[in-house]
Design a binder for this molecule. Structure first.
Ligand SMILES: Cc1cc2nc3c(=O)[nH]c(=O)nc-3n(C[C@H](O)[C@H](O)[C@H](O)COP(=O)(O)OP(=O)(O)OC[C@H]3O[C@@H](n4cnc5c(N)ncnc54)[C@H](O)[C@@H]3O)c2cc1C
Length: 66
């Protein structure tokens, strides 16, 4: 069993959601829910930032990390 732990969840125009970016806990059983929440928050941030992916990706990671 392994867990992704990355300092940054994006690079350039590429952003990671779900297990590729992080894994809440390999034993929590919330991975599917969190992947869906990730996608929702990421799209919301892209809309709020009017498509500026640098701003959106930074806010996305901040929001998801609390
Ligand atoms: C045994 C087990 C039980 C689990 N039980 C639960 C549970 O009860 N509830 C829950 O919420 N979560 C559970 N999880 C966790 C949940 O499965 C994951 O957190 C969730 O699937 C993550 O979704 P994802 O889309 O990020 O990644 P994934 O579901 O892993 O999707 C990634 C996809 O990318 C594809 N892929 C990989 N490399 C490439 C490539 N190079 N090119 C193209 N495609 C590629 C893969 O084939 C895969 O289809 C469980 C996990 C495991 C292992």
């Amino acid at each position: 069993m392994s867990q992704a732990r990355l300092d940054r969840w994006s690079n350039g125009r590429v952003a990671l959601v779900g297990d590729a970016g992080y894994c809440p806990s390999p034993r929590s059983g919330q991975g599917t829910s969190m992947a869906l929440v990730d996608a929702y928050v990421l799209v919301s941030q892209l809309a709020d930032s009017h498509g500026d992916h640098r701003v959106a990706y930074a806010h996305y990671q901040q929001e998801m990390q609390g």
